[in-house]
Write a protein that binds this ligand. Structure first.
Ligand code: NAD
Length: 369
């Protein structure tokens, strides 16, 4: 099993080192190869997604991605900015299904901005369509309006669109994922206003006929945003389009307390995927050794489960993370009174120790706060 390791920028290399350490501790036959991506690749190769990196990602069984981006690249022309690397990988690898679980670990309930009873035991999965919708629809641009409220004025426009096969394949992904969970899908749309999402709703309903064992609900996106903070545990799997999924998945991330805990997966039609933490490159804390590596470590677990068919190894990593949290170890983003603050490396070491049944053994390197 070959894994392309793309650490990227900012905290990317620091958190990736810990995820690789954890993978190596599993004694699986994994071959890893590392390549530059994002700003790091721009510096070394003049492009955020060099051909060598793309070819490696295409040839690998799975891609483990850190994060890309830094404010110092904000003045570069758009095609050369680090973020183009992730967009390019999604496009070239055909990654149309984005899985963003939002799990609130019992040990971190108090870190959520919601009341503990609303989030305790939260375990929902947002499946976002990743390659269509208004983000990619053509035509788009700027022009002089010929009609509307202000004919003759400058205006900008984008195109929202979904084709039947695009909606069908993401609906299948959602129903199949729900079968492995609590058997419920909520399809989020704006069918009351948008033709694109009336079509989305119709197609999802038709696909549902093949999954009579799965419960399907439909919800408007504004209500879904409200229910996510009112009764988040009422959801199991949420499936939605690219733009609504972008917004709702960040909202759901914050229910769990810290974005530093949340993994994600982007899958193609064959189940090959790119796995990355939900957060960005956090340039504000890069190089300080304080970033939380758990989202990346949990992304590696998702990779083992979804692309490499090693569910036991995935379970082992997730249990090790639970054990480390139960032992009271915390990076700064999830630290609270009464727990022990550790750095990025110590957290990775602790997960490795927990894999070997020794949770909390990294405490000797802990700096007290
Ligand atoms: P960010 O997620 O990088 O950081 C937001 C806040 O969360 C910061 O305060 C940061 O310190 C903190 N944070 C993030 N990850 C953390 C971790 N693992 N441990 C502890 N704290 C953590 O978002 P941003 O600041 O809006 O963006 C920074 C850069 O990342 C930008 O260049 C942006 O374009 C890029 N970005 C990249 C991706 C990606 O690579 N897929 C995703 C989002 C943002």
């Amino acid at each position: 099993m070959k894994i392309a390791i793309l650490p990227g920028d900012g905290i990317g290399p620091e958190i990736m080192a810990e995820a690789v350490k954890v993978l190596n501790a599993l004694d699986l036959r994994l071959e890893t190869e590392t390549a530059a991506v994002g700003g790091a690749a721009y510096e070394s190769h003049g492009h955020p997604l060099p051909e060598h990196t793309l070819n490696l990602a295409k040839a690998a069984d799975a891609v483990l991605f850190g994060a890309v981006g830094d404010w110092k690249y904000d003045t570069l022309e758009r095609a050369l900015r680090p973020e183009q690397a992730i967009l390019g990988l999604r496009k070239h690898l055909g990654l149309f299904a984005n899985f963003r679980p939002a799990i609130c670990y019992e040990q971190l309930t108090h870190a959520s901005s919601l009341k503990p009873e609303l989030v305790a035991g939260l375990d929902i999965l947002i499946i976002r369509e990743l390659t269509g919708d208004i983000y990619f629809g053509q035509p788009r641009g700027r022009r002089i309006a010929v009609d509307g409220h202000f004919p003759g004025a400058e205006e900008a426009f984008d195109t929202m669109r979904y084709s039947r096969p695009e909606v069908e394949r993401i609906a299948h992904v959602a129903f199949q994922a729900a079968r492995k969970r609590r058997g419920k899908v909520t399809s989020v749309d704006k069918a009351n206003v948008l033709e694109t999402f009336q079509f989305w709703k119709d197609v999802v309903t038709q696909v549902h006929a093949e999954y009579p064992d799965v419960q399907l609900d439909h919800m408007y996106v504004d209500n879904a945003a409200m229910q996510l903070v009112k009764a988040p545990k009422s959801f199991d799997v949420i499936v939605t389009g690219n733009m609504f999924g972008d917004i709702l998945s960040d909202e759901a991330a914050m229910l769990t307390g810290s974005i530093g805990m949340l993994p994600s997966a982007s899958l193609d039609k064959a189940g090959k995927g790119l796995y990355e933490p939900s957060h960005g490159s956090a340039p504000d804390i890069a190089g300080k050794g304080v970033a939380n590596p758990l989202a990346t470590i949990l992304s590696a677990a998702m990779m083992l489960r979804y692309s490499l068919h090693q569910p036991e190894a995935a379970d082992r990593i997730e249990s090790a993370v639970q054990a480390v949290l139960s032992a009271g170890l915390r990076t700064g983003d999830i630290w609270s009174e009464g727990t022990q603050r550790v750095g990025t490396r110590e957290m990775g070491d602790a997960v490795v120790s927990a894999l070997h049944g020794k949770a909390g053994t990294a405490t000797k390197t802990i700096t007290k706060s």
